[in-house]
Write a protein that binds this ligand. Structure first.
Ligand code: DSN
Length: 418
């Protein structure tokens, strides 16, 4: 296929070129973002986007799906291999629709869901009032311990015993430590236990974060964060989940289609299949290890410079930084670092006294810069520049840091710089 057709739409082409330049010259350090491989990008732009395939392989509501079935079956087979689960649905458009399907499959509206408080690092879809999950279901929350900012399982156990939820979520978007899947499995009672591994899926596949599959009933994830695939979602049911309810896989399928979605995006499913194949290779283990190693170095360097890390450090790919001792809010820190070419996001810290629009913290992560090939030396340099910008708090320092970041970034080509 000729690849120059987009150039004819010069208005759009220019915008995309600008975004490409931005990525090339800056560091992507939002922990939920990454740089996909050229093969994933190619799969996303195939003719598979044209096809309607409502239903599942072998049972579609549209004709002409012989090869589409092969694509989806391949994605399912590869996903089962890397996540070691007996049931997989690869159709969810993204993480929130995947989580929505879990509610739809396991609960009736009005029943109770227990999730980690969004303010303590949980996710909107784990019961937060403004999301469907807190609107149609009765949501209750566990948080982190006020002193050490870690999940306290004895507190969770008390809530479970008192409230008897139907579904419990473990997982989040700003928790810098490992989740104790086994500990949760001991206190779940009758509830379905669901692991939302969106942030850490790639680390689990790489063997650098513990695997929830032996302990939980259901696993959901996005495919685009540490897993480094296309933007998308998926749902797994474990052996344990099928023992609890042998019909759970069928219920999940029914919840995804026809419950919540129409035609699956088969170009996206093909790109997921590419991502699963890439994640099964030895190089992916090295990448996962390096993501965590890089983040540990970054955490250590920032701590040396008197940055206060929530929980005192990190075991995974992200650091949550409490900026109150630096006398700068999350919003200003995000803006100055962006000016310096370091893209991060403002983020609430546990028990944050500041409003969500200008919280007391920032969230930083290493997946994308690790995919670019950066290592220990670069982490030290990046920590120095973050410190400089946050200490100086002015645009001049941010711009000077920006020229250093540009030089650093250009030494590490993007995977899709071809
Ligand atoms: N938006 C994602 C993140 O940035 O963590 C969570 O869904």
């Amino acid at each position: 296929m000729k690849r120059n057709n987009l150039k004819k739409d010069s208005e759009l082409f220019k915008i995309i070129q600008n975004e490409r330049k931005r990525r090339k010259e800056t560091l992507e350090m939002i922990p939920s973002e990454n740089h996909t491989s050229p093969a994933v990008l190619e799969a996303m732009s195939t003719i598979l986007t044209d096809k309607y395939a409502e239903g599942y392989p072998g049972k579609r509501y549209y004709g002409g799906n012989e090869y589409i079935d092969e694509v989806e079956n391949l994605a399912i087979k590869r996903a089962k291999e890397i996540f070691k689960t007996p049931f997989v649905n690869v159709q969810p458009y993204s993480g929130s629709p995947a989580n929505m399907a879990v509610y739809f499959a396991c609960m009736n509206p009005g029943q109770k869901v227990l999730g980690m408080n969004l303010k303590d690092g949980g996710h909107l879809t784990h019961g937060w009032p403004v999301s469907f999950s807190g609107t149609y279901y009765e949501s209750i929350f566990y948080g982190v311990d006020k002193k050490n900012q870690l999940i306290d399982l004895s507190e969770v156990e008390k809530i479970v015993k008192k409230e008897k939820p139907k579904l419990i979520w473990v997982g989040g978007s700003a928790y810098p430590r490992e989740f104790d899947w086994k500990g949760f499995s001991k206190i779940t009672g009758e509830a379905f236990l669901a692991a939302d591994i969106a942030h850490i899926a790639g680390l689990i596949v790489a063997g650098v974060h513990s695997d929830p599959a032996p302990y939980v009933d259901i696993i959901t994830t996005t495919t685009h964060k540490t897993l480094r695939g296309p933007r998308g979602g998926m749902i797994m049911v474990t052996e344990k989940g099928l023992e609890k309810d042998p019909d759970l896989g069928r219920k999940i399928n029914k919840a995804v289609f026809p419950g919540l979605q129409g035609g699956p995006h088969e170009h996206q499913i093909a790109a997921k299949a590419v991502c699963f194949e890439e994640a099964a290779k030895a190089g992916f283990k090295e990448y996962g290890k390096k993501v965590v190693e890089n983040n540990k170095i970054l955490a250590q360097e920032l701590t040396k410079k008197n940055f206060e890390l929530v929980t005192g450090g990190s075991d995974n790919h992200l650091c949550l930084i409490d900026l109150r001792n630096k006398n700068i809010g999350g919003e200003k820190a995000e803006a100055l670092l962006e000016m310096a070419g370091i893209t991060i996001n403002k983020n609430a810290i546990p028990d944050d006294p500041a409003p969500p629009a200008d919280p007391s913290g920032i969230r930083i992560g290493t997946p994308a810069i690790t995919s670019r090939g950066m290592g220990a030396d670069e982490m030290i340099e990046i920590a120095d520049l973050i410190d400089w910008v946050i200490t100086e708090k002015d645009e001049k320092a941010a711009e000077e840091a920006g020229s250093k970041i540009k030089k650093l970034a250009e030494k590490f080509p993007l995977p899709y710089d071809f």
